[in-house]
Write a protein that binds this ligand. Structure first.
Ligand SMILES: C[S@@+](CC[C@H](N)C(=O)[O-])C[C@H]1O[C@@H](n2cnc3c(N)ncnc32)[C@H](O)[C@@H]1O
Length: 298
């Protein structure tokens, strides 16, 4: 296997792993805990899909993942709910262009597209991963939806400005960018190029929502709940963490790059907003090293 094929296999595994966690957490018995990604299961092999109405199997998956990577299951569930909430608000506020950067097996274009048919979604991903997703979407729906534009692109080789020429992309309209599960795997140059594109080449009032890690997590110097396990796992898996932002510096970091920070959710915020049971109890802990920022182009 070539190095490229190996790295592609890893990316696919990590995108599928994220879809699998969403699929299981979408079957949580408590309605206040489960996320709304009812389509994630469709990307999994039938034998790997979470059973419906079987809380014991959901608990077994959750406990296994939490045992290996403390906070990861609860983070991915809370992140799904948070991004859904913020996207819903963006659509209500009038955004009509949504770009998924490193879309993987994200299903929002299909879940939100039906109730917002005038919204155009653009999915950006590596050509091979995207081809696989398109085949699966065709299997699920019988054809590719007309409200989704697929943009095969390698962030490391091509400028994101190619998006400006994508069919139907209106550069004068504010755009909502979702950049989920990607920033920490990129080099600083990759992160800077993405933010510079959104800030300088997209309409004012465009927004970007992204998760990131503190520099101390990436450098291995900070102590965070689940941090050591997660770092070990990623190093062994061969997908090291490359990029982080100093804690308490996100506001200045974004301002210097042409954005105004609108919100930043850390573990406590995510737990309080998305992981409180019907009985009012906290369902689980989120990994200590996760942050989700939302920022608007100035
Ligand atoms: C961890 S997955 C996250 C997928 C999805 N956003 C989610 O949260 O489920 C990272 C995604 O970034 C994409 N990606 C990684 N490197 C890329 C590159 N150089 N160019 C384009 N996409 C890339 C991968 O193919 C994958 O879909």
């Amino acid at each position: 296997m070539t190095d490229y094929a190996k790295s592609l296999e890893k990316l696919k595994t990590s995108a599928l792993g994220a879809a699998m966690t969403r699929a299981f957490a979408a079957q949580e018995p408590d309605a206040g805990i489960r996320n709304g990604d009812s389509l994630a299961r469709e990307f999994l092999d039938p034998a790997a899909r979470p059973p419906k109405n079987d809380p014991d199997k959901i608990a077994a998956f959750r406990e296994q993942l939490e045992g290996a990577l403390p906070g990861a299951y609860h983070f991915q569930n809370a992140r799904t709910k948070h991004i859904d909430t913020r996207l819903e608000k963006a659509l209500a506020d009038g955004f009509r262009q949504v770009v998924m950067l490193g879309a993987g097996f994200d299903t929002r274009a299909y879940r939100f597209g039906e109730s917002a048919p005038d919204v155009r979604f653009f999915e950006v991903d590596l050509p091979e991963l995207q081809a696989e997703k398109k085949a699966k979407i065709t299997d699920i729906f019988g054809s590719l939806p007309t409200n989704v534009v697929y943009m095969p692109l390698d962030f490391n080789k091509e400028p994101l400005s190619r998006l400006l020429d994508a069919p139907g992309f209106d550069r004068s309209r504010p755009t909502f960018f979702n950049w989920e599960g990607v920033s920490y795997y990129l080099t600083a140059e990759g992160v800077e190029a993405t933010l510079a594109f959104v800030a300088n080449q997209c309409a004012a009032d465009s927004k970007i929502l992204f998760d990131y890690m503190p520099s101390a997590m990436v450098e291995g110097t900070g102590a965070y709940y689940g941090g050591a396990e997660s770092r070990d796992y990623m190093a062994k898996f061969g997908e090291p963490l490359l990029f982080g932002i100093e804690d308490d510096a996100i506001d200045d970091f974004l301002q210097a790059r042409g954005f105004r920070l609108e919100s930043c959710f850390g573990p406590d915020d995510l737990e309080n907003a998305y992981l409180i049971t019907g009985e009012g109890e906290r369902y689980g802990r989120v990994s200590g090293y996760v942050r989700i920022a939302e920022a608007r182009v100035l």
